[in-house]
Unconditional design. Structure first.
Length: 200
């Protein structure tokens, strides 16, 4: 049997990593962060336990990568859904809806993610985060930004703040209220994107 080519090995590594990221999303959403072990994640992914440490330096970094991947996939789906559009205002509305929607559909996972960012390890700039950042930067540029290097971090901060406000234990704000605030801030009509229900 001939040895596998470098491209085949790379594809196998990519798939293995993707399975670990998906397993992390599933398990943390089901059990919470503290109750999920790296061994559980490896078992769910069908991977050797040593592979988790090979790809990720720790559980927090793995969770951040997994959530950034989920955010990217959700954002991609929102931006590419029919009817497809190149209109910058529509794309920004879809981006806001995609990220805010995760606070509603994945509250346990997103709360664990936000808590991790606020801890000592801070914000991890992993490949998944960089792919997500590329999509958001492109969205800001299409929206008409003249200074993407300033406007992208502000959009990221606004989205993170909205997710935090939606998930704040004991005092959550409704996603519809947060959406209204973000849409007003960016001059977007309520009907753009995927409105959850009539304007509040």
């Amino acid at each position: 049997m001939s040895p596998r080519s470098a491209s085949v090995n790379e594809e196998l590594r990519r798939r293995s990593r993707e399975r670990l990221l998906q397993a992390t999303v599933e398990l943390v959403a089901e059990r919470g962060y503290e109750a999920t072990t790296l061994g559980d994640i490896a078992d769910r992914a069908g991977s050797a336990r040593g592979l988790v440490s090979y790809y990720f330096p720790g559980k927090r970094q793995l969770l951040q990568s997994a959530v950034h991947r989920l955010m990217r996939l959700t954002l991609e789906a929102g931006l590419e859904r029919e009817p497809r559009t190149s209109d910058g205002r529509e794309r920004l509305a879809r981006a806001i809806d995609a990220i805010l929607g995760l606070s509603h559909s994945q509250p346990v996972l997103m709360r664990a993610h936000m808590a991790g960012i606020l801890q000592a390890e801070g914000f991890v700039q992993c490949p998944e985060q960089q792919r997500l950042a590329g999509l958001l930067r492109d969205t800001v540029e299409r929206y008409g930004s003249q200074d993407v290097d300033t406007d992208y971090p502000m959009l990221r901060a606004n989205l993170m703040g909205a997710v935090f406000a939606a998930l704040l234990p004991g005092a959550p704000m409704s996603p519809a209220t947060l959406r209204t605030e973000l849409f007003q801030r960016y001059g977007l009509d309520w009907e753009l994107g995927a409105p959850p229900h009539p304007a509040p």
